[in-house]
Structures are given as C-alpha cells and as structure tokens.
Design a protein around this ligand. Structure first.
Ligand code: PLP
Length: 444
C-alpha cells in the first residue's frame, strides 16, 4: 500500500481557495452568489506592468534563485524609503508569492510557531507540514486595532517551554487578514521587546502594509531590526495575486539565514518567472501614476470595508471598523441564542447556513484558528467588478451608498442576507439599493 503523509487531521485545500472553487462551481450552475469568501484584489493590473510583461515575454532564462540583482536593488531602494533597511543590514529575496517565502522562513528557523489567533489560514498548516507545533497566542479586537498583550505573549512562551515545546518564531500580520485591523506602534514595540528578550524571530507578514487606511506604513522591524524578517509582495496593493511575486527582507544579523533561504529556493522553486521579475520592476520605481493607483484602490477598500462593518453594527452584530486590507471580522455572539434556534451552534454551521439560505460565501473563524463555538467569520469586500469600480472612482464619483448600490450591489445584498439571518428589522438602512435581486436559494 502506498502510504501518504498526513500533516494534520483535516488535510484539505486551503480554505480560501476551497471557497473560491465552491463559488465558481455554483455560479457555473447559474446560482446567484454573494462572494465574501475570497480575499482577491478585484482591480485591473496597472498598465505599466502589463506592458512590461509583454515586453519581456521572450525572456525564457532561469534567473538567480533569490531574484535578479536589478530587481532586488529597486526593491531595496523602495523599502529603504519606508523601513529602516539598507544593503549593509538586510538582504532582499524574491519568491513566487509571499506564501512560499513564509514557508521557507518557517523551514529555515528551528522551533515551534507562536501564532496569534485569529491569524491567516496558511501559517498553521505550513507549520504542521514542517512537523512543528503551533502555540496559540490570544488577541483582543476592537476599533483601536488588533491587540496582543505582551504579558499574555510572555505567558504563552513560558507555558510552551514548560510543556517541552520550543517557541522560537512568531508570525505577525498587520493590517491583518482576517480582521482588517492593525497593530499600533507602541504595541508593536512592546511585542518586539518580548521577542528580543526571548530570542524569538519575528516573521512580519506585511503583505497589506501599503493598504493601511490611514496611509501609515507600520513595521515591527523598526523596534527589533535584528530579529525581524519582513515578508510582502505585490498580490494585494498591485492586484497581482496570480503573477506570484513575493519577497522577504532578511536581517543580515541572523547569520546564514539568507543563504539558507537561497538554498531552499534553489532546491524547490528555482526562481520567480523571468518575465515577471522584469515586469514588476515598474512597481518599485515610484511612478506617480502607480502610487496614485495604490492610493485609489486603498480608498475604495476603506470605504467598502467600513460600509460593511457599519451595516453589520446597525443590526447588532459585533464588528470592529477595519483599518486596512480588505476584510472585516464580525462576531455573531449577540445572536447566539437566536442562531441556536435555527440549529446554528458553530462558525462553520453559521457559514453553511448563510450559503444555503442566501447564497452568501464567507469563511468561518475556525479557518483562522478560533474554537468552533466562537461565532466569527471573515468577510471580504472584493465582490465587485473592480475595473468598473476603479473607473467610476477615478472619474470623480463620490464613495457613498449610491456608489455601492450602483457599482458593488452584492455588498448590499450581503448586508440584507445578514439582516435576514438574524431577523433584524431595520434593513431599509442599507444604502439606497435601486433594485434588489433576491439571492437564489442554494440547495447544495
Ligand atoms: N499573507 C496574508 C495575510 C495573505 O492574506 C496572503 C494572501 O491571501 C498571503 C500572505 C500570501 O500572498 P501571496 O502568496 O500571494 O504573496
């Protein structure tokens, strides 16, 4: 018999990709679906990049495993304006997506992973694939952000050590997927202090760093430069998920880390596709039109995310106002009793109920490390025609409820579905929806 390696109990497709496949299948069957489940930037690619890709399509050569020098140099120059990094203190490594570089970073550093809950779906499965343990760290969420108490962090480290684990790395992510919240500078400083004291590597996932609604780029590397490896990429602020372009900024202070990641790269993915490496250089040259594109997209995410959060709050669902990225993370705890009467007890049951009754796709809190009874879910605000939305905004249309009704009508449909789900009365408050399509019942 051929035996398989099962890395975790329910080894299956990553939940975000699984949600997307469900949507594609149901839409192909002609169902009306409100897709709040997938964090995919909906906007069109900036034309400097499509042009660059066409120009370099003929480049079929392998490039260095950590990226061609010219690209690594423009990236270093770009990030040295934002972070306190320079070629003396840091290396730049590019990879086909930051997901792989997060995996390589986890692989390169011995020990178990400290993971704040909630956290993005892939950190824990990656840790399990590497045979390491995941040590959960509690967080608190509110309108001021995503809070990790330094005492709780220290306690999690101490408890884990007492139990024989070796917590040697932590992944922080802000603006955060799934919550849309960020971590303030004083709190990053306090977390950094604990990590430095305990000699823990901070893997700082800053993939949404340029989608911070207040325009401030925060990084824990400022407070722990020798202990922080930053990962980021172009999937989010440049809407380039499918191009697979991610990167790490690696501290030279950790001897051998860059060469170990280089070795992992050379034995696995070899290099980021050559045409992509040349095309994406345009994203790092501070072209005014590229910067404006990022800002426009960010303003749209900010409006749509806040619109959803406020809509949910109007009907009594707990939801912090987002500060970045393109997510909100409501908690249905105030409706626990009412939902129980509908047979809904866990976040997974809630998500299934919403899909079956209203054709609404979301991701349950369990995908982000929550216990099943915690009634949270992640919603993204990307279910719209991004080309139409961006064009309308750039043509001067104001971001308001009419804008949502005209260009992102599924958001209003989603809010109506939530209102129906919790039997809320004040549904008419959801913008000025001109014509409301009733979502088809999904019998899958
Ligand atoms: N980190 C977070 C928090 C994400 O949300 C994602 C994508 O959804 C990634 C990392 C991976 O992005 P990519 O591999 O496209 O760079």
């Amino acid at each position: 018999m051929i035996e398989l390696n099962y890395f975790q109990q329910n080894f299956e497709l990553s939940p975000t990709l699984a949600a997307n496949e469900t949507v594609n299948r149901l839409r192909a069957q002609g169902r009306t679906i409100i897709h709040m489940g997938f964090g995919q930037a909906p906007f069109p690619i900036h034309e400097r990049l499509t042009k660059g890709l066409a120009e370099h399509a003929g480049n079929n050569k392998y490039l260095p495993a950590i990226g061609v020098d010219e690209l690594r140099e423009v990236i270093m120059s770009y990030y040295s304006d934002i972070l306190d990094v320079n070629p003396e203190t840091h290396d730049v490594v590019v990879a086909p997506g930051s997901k792989l570089i997060l995996f390589a970073a986890q692989m390169a550093v011995k020990g178990d992973l400290l993971m704040p809950v909630p956290s993005w779906v892939s950190y824990a499965p990656q840790a399990h694939m590497l045979g390491t343990e995941v040590i959960k760290v509690p967080t608190r969420l509110d309108d001021d952000g995503y809070h990790i108490d330094p005492y709780s962090l220290q306690q999690a480290i101490d408890n884990a050590r007492e139990q024989g684990f070796n917590p040697n790395k932590i992944i922080l992510n802000y603006p955060n997927n799934p919550t849309g919240l960020t971590i303030s500078d004083p709190e990053l400083e306090a977390i950094a202090e604990v990590c430095v004291k305990n000699d823990i590597l901070i893997i700082s996932d800053e993939i949404y760093g340029l989608l911070s609604y207040d325009g401030i780029y925060r990084s824990v590397s400022e407070f722990a430069p020798k202990h922080t490896l930053v990962t980021t990429g172009l999937s989010k602020h440049m809407a380039l998920g499918g191009w697979r372009m991610g990167l790490a900024i690696v501290p030279k202070a950790i001897n051998g880390l860059t060469s170990l990641i280089q070795s992992i790269a050379s034995e696995t993915w070899s290099c980021v596709p050559s045409p992509v490496q040349y095309a994406v250089m345009e994203a790092y040259k501070r072209h005014k039109d590229v910067e404006q594109y990022i800002q426009d997209c960010c303003e749209i995410y900010s409006y749509l995310g806040t619109y959803i959060a406020e809509g949910l709050r109007k009907i009594g669902i707990t939801c912090a106002l987002p500060q970045g990225a393109f997510y909100v993370y409501p908690n249905f705890a105030p409706y626990r009793e009412a939902l129980l009467r509908k047979g809904v007890r866990t976040s997974e049951e809630l998500v299934s109920y919403l899909l079956e009754a209203y054709g609404l796709v979301s991701l349950p809190g369990t995908a982000f490390g929550e216990e099943p009874e915690v009634l949270t879910m992640r919603l993204s605000c990307c279910d719209c025609d991004g080309t139409e939305v961006l064009q309308a905004y750039q043509n001067g249309e104001e971001l308001n409820a009419d804008f949502v009704a005209r260009h992102a009508p599924n958001i209003d449909l989603g809010l109506k579905a939530f209102a129906a789900c919790v039997d809320a009365q004040n549904v008419e408050n959801f913008g000025t929806v001109i014509s409301i399509r009733t979502p088809a019942l999904v019998d899958a």
